[in-house]
Design a binder for this molecule. Sequence first.
Ligand code: DX5
Ligand code: ZN
Length: 230
Amino acid sequence: MTQAVKISPSILSADFAKLGAEVAAIDAAGADMIHVDVMDGHYVPNITIGPAVVKALRPHSDKPFDVHLMITPADPMLEAFVQAGADIVTIHPDAGPHLHRSLQAIRNYGAKAGIALNPGAPINDVEYVIDQLDMILVMSVNPGFGGQKFIHSQLKKIEQLRALIDASGRDIELEVDGGVNPQTAQLCIDAGASALVAGSAVFHGKAGSYAQNIAALRGGSGATLKAVNG
Ligand code: DX5
Ligand code: ZN
């Protein structure tokens, strides 16, 4: 596999007072997707943004909006997020009563469907819904906040999911979310991740640093860029 890992910066770590400009900046800096963390103060102990903000941000980038719902119940909000411009909608299996139905609904509304596995969640949550999945998101921190420490036990889960996806022959993105920095990014890539979410590792420094921050997460290219820039 020689395809470069995709980088999906989490706007949770952006400056919320100028979110449109921040989304445009990470787009220009080489982001492959835009990761939007939606929190309800109920499923997770934090509140962030809703469909109105996703809609407002939509004109600021043509890149896929990778919308991570940490809300329960998720079902009543799925259509609104797709209508607002979400390209991928990812849900947690314990955030609603009928996972298979929810994934079907996301696709019926016209988006790609993802499942997010918390650090304590088993991989067999995906077994009977794999034909409904376009993405599997491995949480390498407990959801709710940016800037947490990477939980290394999740590397084994990434390896197991990589084997499962390859055995299925399906085109399923394997994304890792939480505590991703240039060091842990490499571990995730080695374990089989195809996409990485990063909040604090992308949004540090001024907007002028974002391209270098993103490149550093891709491994070799980051090192090269750093060398070129001294
Ligand atoms: C946590 C979110 C993550 C988070 C990542 O609940 O799902 O996307 O923003 O932030 P960092 O990269 O700072 O760990
Ligand atoms: Zn997320």
